[in-house]
Design a protein around this ligand. Structure first.
Ligand code: GCU
Length: 415
């Protein structure tokens, strides 16, 4: 994803935006910083009880992220949906495949196309992995029954994807494996609701909710996160799906999105952030790999306008990303890194997961049991879970095995 998406976006960035400096990869220069304490109110008083976190501090932290980072998500608008296909005999009879259109911004607005696989062999309602995809629904599995999605090409033109791309992203989805372990899967093409470029807002779902952006308005990540919650609304009404057991997952920019969606919407039972990096799990204050300045420069449409104020003064941010993870408490959360994915700052991702632990403990549940960065390929399956695997920025079969092990361990029992 990274190489081909990053280059064209750099070319269209306004010349006025100041060029960020080269990324640092020297651990000794990653910075000496003090993280804001999730368990201290903005007025400096300590958060002493679970009730104080629940009733007051959680909302305060959420507002700080809206105000300074992702933007404010508007009130939910009712939406229409329509199932456009069903095949009860998909994947050689192992699954039922359904395709559903959601109109989140009225019938004239963008369509979100949800692709769902449900295991045919199951007792009761199925738990589901829900996550957006990068390349179109037809790329998540070679199943010839999936409608070819309209996707954006490199020059930003939206058109039907190539027949030859069917299943090209299947290693990142592992649909058969999930079905085999009793999980349903649901996905949509993330650019359905907001095209991923600096001018994407105009034709996105956002103008339907608000005309002129304010400094704290939501932006692409906010719109993608909103869509995940609406997909959950839809799935909650599906009698084959257990709405209490929805696992939200995302990779990279979509890992950032999953964390933000999971922080806001407490109906998600588990949240998984895969290689989400800057603006996701990685600590903003650590100067290693991508920085706040760099991400705002390359992707000005992801976060709100206020976030740009922190380009050169990241230590003034009233939050850091461990507090985003803390917003998911007490629900289980799983953070992953890849050792060669230095751009995403694996150690910063781990430290942030670790630093969310005090909130989990205040709420009376286990946090992260590891106290130091675990060795390669040795997953930590505590309630805040973590692994660092060998290899590059990607979602692999290994990652999926751990996602499912984590879900098996932490999901509430089925009905
Ligand atoms: C770029 C970007 C990252 C992002 C990644 C992706 O590399 O700098 O922040 O996570 O794209 O989404 O693939």
């Amino acid at each position: 994803m990274r190489t081909f998406l990053l280059l064209p976006l750099l070319l269209v960035t306004p010349a006025a935006a100041q060029q960020p400096r080269e990324a640092n990869y020297d651990e000794s220069k990653a910075g000496n910083f003090t993280l804001p304490d999730p368990l201290v109110f903005a007025d400096g008083t300590p958060v002493r009880t679970a009730a104080e976190w629940r009733n007051k501090r959680r909302g305060e932290v959420l507002r700080l992220f809206e105000q300074n980072v992702y933007g404010k998500t508007p009130a939910v608008r009712p939406f229409e949906s329509e199932r456009t296909s069903i095949d009860k005999n998909a994947l050689n009879g192992a699954a039922t495949r359904e395709e559903v259109t959601l109109w989140l911004a009225g019938r004239q607005g963008p369509r979100l196309n949800l692709l769902i696989y449900k295991p045919n062999k199951r007792k009761g309602r199925a738990p589901v992995f829900l996550g957006p995809n990068f390349t179109g629904n037809h790329t998540v599995n070679a199943d010839p029954g999936i409608k070819i999605a309209e996707v954006y090409d490199r020059s930003g033109v939206r058109k039907p994807g190539a027949e030859t791309a069917r299943g090209s992203g299947s290693s990142r989805w592992q649909v058969e494996k999930a079905i085999g372990r009793g999980y349903a899967t649901a996905t949509f093409y993330y650019q359905d609701v907001f095209a991923d470029n600096k001018d994407g807002r105009a034709a996105s779902i956002i103008p339907y909710f608000e005309k002129d952006p304010a400094p704290d308005s939501w932006n692409a990540i906010g719109a993608w996160a909103y869509s995940l919650s609406r997909a959950l609304d839809y799935l909650s009404k599906d009698r084959d799906i257990d709405a209490r057991r929805v696992i939200l997952h995302g990779h990279s920019r979509l890992g950032k999105t999953a964390l933000w969606a999971g922080a806001q919407d407490e109906r998600f039972a588990i949240v998984i952030s895969n290689n989400s990096g800057e603006g996701g799990a990685a600590l903003a204050r650590r100067d290693y790999g991508e920085t706040v300045h760099r991400i705002n420069y390359s992707f000005p449409h992801w976060f709100n306008a206020n976030f740009k104020q922190y380009n050169a003064r990241v230590n003034d941010l009233p939050v850091d990303q461990h507090m985003l993870i803390a917003l998911i408490a007490p629900r289980p959360v799983y953070v992953t890194s890849a050792v060669e994915d230095r751009w995403a700052d694996p150690h910063g991702e781990f430290l942030s997961a670790l630093s969310a632990s005090p909130v989990y403990k205040l709420l009376g549940v286990e946090g992260m049991t590891a106290t130091a960065h675990p060795p390669l390929n040795q997953p930590v399956m505590s309630r805040i879970g973590y692994h660092i695997r060998s290899g590059v920025h990607d979602v692999t079969a290994y990652d999926w095995d751990q996602f499912m092990n984590f879900a098996d361990k932490h999901l509430p029992k089925g009905r």
